[in-house]
Design a protein around this ligand. Structure first.
Ligand code: SAM
Length: 370
């Protein structure tokens, strides 16, 4: 298996619709910034020339978190350009549960979909990484991606005393920062190639804001530190080995606003040279919906029970990947269950400060005409 394929295997979201149900905060992140995309379409002012108009959701998971935004945006495009056939392309990695994407979008689940409300609309999927070209050059009109660009194409090394690069230091951290830089530029360069002149990108990225906040670290208990501590507890209890602990690292790089915007500020950067220009940048914190509910109902057991699945939906694959494949599958599953049970018990016993607040850097980017 190639290094990239191995990395892809443990970054996948839980399938079977689990992802969207457990990640209502990710949906809030998208829905509440839909106006940024509508404003971009207004600036784009697409011609009503009968040619196909193509939109993509890159790193879509099961497509459920973006469905309201995509419906709103495509209806607006349809209103502006009645003669243009619309192509909506959902992209993710090959192991993604694409069957769930189609069930969600074609109205075969309880998720409300736009499919029957827009004429002349064609829905497709692609399993090509966003680090590669996805569309015939110059044919993408509106590229969207949320909460996905932090996944790097390969792990640049181990983080010996933590599970995430936000807790790494020195050369170990630098390696993740550099991989993040390379992949960000690669992703942008491939979109510069895909995009039609005048096309736009709307990229809502996990990152580190101006105050140093990031996912699950906005002033209370630090989620990645908690993950790391509970995983180390299993090591110290002899449940997992020291090697398994060291091998457990999220294949992610959280970038600062400075790092996100660098390719657009440097006119010599290949991304700038390829015609991409930043139209808008802002950071936002979207409150953890489970912690918000907890403030209302005050039931610690209920909070813990509802909160852990949202963490588990995207982190389980990473912890599972750290375990030795010499262990039988049932044994690995039992360790993972024990790990999340310990997190739930921790939150149940001392709920204050736990929250997976989302911290995003929102970028709107234009591809200028050659
Ligand atoms: C946290 S989920 C976000 C899903 C959805 N966009 C949202 O905002 O709720 C990240 C998704 O990005 C996908 N992903 C990671 N690296 C990718 C890549 N190189 N190309 C395409 N998708 C990727 C993962 O498989 C996963 O489905």
């Amino acid at each position: 298996m190639s290094k990239t394929a191995a990395t892809a295997g443990f970054m996948s979201m839980k399938g079977g619709g689990y992802y969207s149900k457990a990640t209502i905060g990710a949906k809030h992140t998208i829905d509440r910034a839909t106006h940024l995309i509508l404003d971009a379409i207004e600036r784009m002012d697409p011609a009503d020339d009968g040619s196909p108009f193509t939109m993509s959701d890159m790193g879509c998971a099961d497509g459920g978190t973006s469905v309201s935004m995509v419906g709103t945006v495509l209806k607006e495009v349809r209103r502006r350009v009645p003669s243009r056939p619309l192509q909506m392309v959902y992209t993710d990695l090959p192991r993604n549960d694409f069957s769930q994407v189609f069930q969600n979008i074609h109205g075969q689940t309880d998720i409300e979909t736009y499919i029957d409300e827009i004429d002349d609309l064609y829905v497709f999927a692609s399993a090509t990484s966003f680090h590669k070209p996805i569309f015939p050059a110059g044919t993408l009109n509106l590229g969207f991606s949320a909460t996905a660009s932090h996944y790097i194409s390969e792990k640049p090394g181990v983080i010996s005393d933590h599970v995430h690069m936000v807790g790494a230091s020195g050369a170990e951290r630098e390696a993740y920062v550099e991989q993040g830089r390379l992949d960000w530029e690669r992703m942008l360069l491939n979109r510069a190639r895909d995009l039609a002149p005048g096309g736009r990108l709307a990229l809502f990225n996990f990152g580190i804001d101006e105050e140093g906040r990031y996912l699950g670290s906005t002033g209370g208990a630090d989620m990645f530190d908690t993950f790391s501590r509970l995983w180390a507890d299993l090591r110290d209890q002899g449940v997992i080995t020291a090697e398994e602990f060291v091998n457990t690292n999220f294949p992610q790089s959280y970038r600062t606003v400075e790092q996100f915007t660098a390719p657009f500020r440097d006119t010599a950067n290949p991304v700038y040279q390829a015609g991409l220009r930043m139209e808008h940048v802002e950071t936002r914190v979207v409150a953890c919906p489970f912690a918000v509910d907890f403030k209302e109902h005050g039931d610690a057991a209920r909070f813990a029970h509802e909160y852990i699945p949202t963490l588990r939906s995207w982190s389980e694959a990473t912890f599972a990947s750290g375990l030795s494949t010499a262990r039988p599958v049932e044994e690995r599953q039992a360790i993972i269950d024990r790990f999340y049970d310990s997190y739930e018990a921790l939150v149940r016993g001392a709920p204050d400060g736990h929250a997976m607040d989302y911290v995003h850097c929102y970028l709107i980017i234009e591809k200028v005409a050659a």
